[in-house]
Ligand binder design. Sequence first.
Ligand code: 5GP
Length: 179
Amino acid sequence: MIEGRLFVVSAPSGAGKTTLLKRLMARVPRLVFSVSHTTREPRAGEKDGVDYHFISADTFHRMADKGLFLEYAEVHDNFYGTSQKSVLQQLRRGHDVVLDIDVQGASIVRQSAILQGVHIFIAPPSLAELEKRLRGRKTESEAHLAVRLKNAVIEMQAACKYDYLVVNDDLDETIGLLV
Ligand code: 5GP
């Protein structure tokens, strides 16, 4: 039996979602973060099994073919997926599980017959602020930055499908809203 609740959180890259979720998880012990699988290269400081399970494209597609993902999607030229087994295990143990996934993945979960969740969209105060935050991160090349900004415009259009829309202007204020 499923006892925990599922929270699906999406945001355009640079909206501050990762920092927000890390702070939120630290404050709310019953929340468990679902560690996704990805074909993306680890960024400096990222740990395998903590931030993501970093896997090859071959392994990813084999897992997808076996139906091991609750959802998966290609985002910014890389593949990302959520392990169905791991999410169900945590929910059955009574944990509340947070999925940090893109709008395509969230749409798949919304249509899932297996699980229903609370869907939250985190938006930046403006696209100009989003670009400023992405540039400040200094993790992307100019080409990757352009892809992320272009995708941000598309992702923002999906915000109306979510149960909650939260504008992340001031981090502390946003955390206060979510707790
Ligand atoms: P990043 O490469 O910046 O860590 O993540 C890029 C995007 O991929 C973010 O929007 C993030 O929410 C999304 N993402 C991370 N894990 C998953 C996943 O398992 N499935 C889907 N669909 N998107 C994911």
